[in-house]
Design a protein around this ligand. Structure first.
Ligand code: PLP
Length: 384
């Protein structure tokens, strides 16, 4: 059976060179990076070289990179510490955020630590800057704004510069979940307007279970996981040397090939849009997904003109992996709150959303296989 993987926003295939770098770290015994002897010092230097390499790619300071177990932990570290250590008592965020942000702020709201406000969305899930500005006006409480760089379900690129200007004007702290952007866009942390950001290695062809928090110098965050003094006392626990080496290698390679990969994947996405339009009448795209310059080149969120919760499963039976959220307002357990937030409920009636997401290993043939499978499935459903 053919195997087509178009779910790169969920996770990406690790690059061979990354596997090799990780194997060399595992196969030569290195000690505990906190030990003072040679074995320990060897591990320490692998970690610190990796940190320097990551920082260089992002024009950050090495001390601003704190390795974590992934994007979820990085978001938790930033949000929970900001509330506890920076005396934040209000968080403004949006309905587009990943659960690692939304559930974390809601948890803190349930405990009475913060109030949470959701910024208003305009058409296609665009954040209303005026609403953000109004919410921040005349406020006597210290506020953290948490708004992502790019959305993981519909692919909208958000106006982080606009958010940054407004946050600065009102003296608010700004966190951006950059998990779907780091490794896909060049990022200059010295110029970007946020205080805090997060990244996850498995989104850029690195290992799962590895990520980092970007914590701008002198912002005053404190650890959430306490114990030893690892990660400059920001995250206790013996470091995952091999994972850190893998993350740094993956980031190095992703930025080395960025321009050519981006061009090729962007063309693949455009090709997928036109093939779907041609072969599946009635198809439409969610949020800003089909606007190439305003959405991630890696994500295409499509709505198909049938209501079928098993569509993703039927594609899976044909060897094609994509991600499925249920149609707007379906009320089913797996409905996508992001698609619901950005879509027009009337337009979404009797449709099924699918997220198609691309990575460096995808080829035109993968898109052809998906589109022809969808065409067959749509024809069958129309007849039945
Ligand atoms: N934030 C966004 C936008 C994501 O897409 C994801 C993963 O899908 C995460 C956070 C969580 O990252 P991790 O899987 O590394 O915990």
């Amino acid at each position: 059976m053919q195997r087509v993987y178009l779910d790169n926003a969920a996770t990406t295939q690790i690059r061979n060179e990354v596997v090799q770098a990780m194997i060399s770290t595992l196969s030569v015994f290195v000690g505990n990076p906190s030990s003072m002897h040679l074995f320990g010092r060897e591990a320490r230097s692998l970690i610190e070289e990796s940190r320097i390499s990551v920082a260089r790619k992002l024009n950050a300071l090495p001390s601003e990179i704190i390795f974590t177990s992934g994007g979820t932990e990085a978001n938790n570290l930033i949000l929970r510490s900001a509330v506890r250590d920076l005396n934040i008592n209000r968080i403004i965020t949006s309905p587009l955020e990943h659960k690692s942000v939304l559930e974390t702020v809601l948890d803190m709201a349930r405990r009475g630590w913060v109030t949470v406000e959701l910024v208003r969305l305009k058409e296609k899930g665009v954040i209303d800057l005026e609403d953000l500005d109004e919410k921040l006006q005349n406020s006597s409480v210290s506020t953290l704004v948490s708004l992502m760089y790019a959305n993981n379900e519909v692919g909208n690129l958000l106006d982080v510069d606009g958010f940054g200007t407004i946050c600065k004007k009102h003296g608010a702290c700004f966190h951006s979940d950059t998990v779907q952007a780091i490794g896909h866009y060049s990022m200059d942390m010295s110029r970007l307007p946020f205080h805090f950001a997060s990244a996850s290695a498995h989104k850029f062809h690195g290992p799962t279970g590895m990520g980092f928090a970007f914590i701008r110098k002198a912002t005053g965050l404190m650890p959430i996981i306490t114990g030893g003094y690892q990660e400059r006392s920001m995250r206790a626990g013996t470091e995952n040397t091999c994972g850190i080496v893998g993350l740094a290698k993956a980031l190095e390679l992703t930025y080395l090939h960025l321009d050519e990969d981006r061009k090729r994947i962007e063309e693949l996405k455009s090709y997928c849009i036109s093939s779907l339009r041609q072969s599946v009448p009635g198809v439409f795209f969610n949020g800003l997904s089909d606007d190439i310059s305003r959405s991630l080149y890696t994500i295409l969120s499509v709505s198909l003109p049938v209501k079928d919760d098993l569509l993703g499963f039927e594609l899976d039976l044909k060897g094609i992996a994509v991600s499925q959220g249920s149609a707007c307002g379906s009320g089913s357990g797996n409905s996508s709150y992001v698609v619901e937030a950005v879509c027009d409920p009337v337009q979404m009636e009797n449709t099924t959303p699918l997220r198609i997401s691309f990575g460096v290993f995808n080829q035109k043939e993968d898109v052809d296989a998906l589109v022809s499978a969808l065409k067959v499935l749509m024809d069958q459903k129309k007849k039945s």
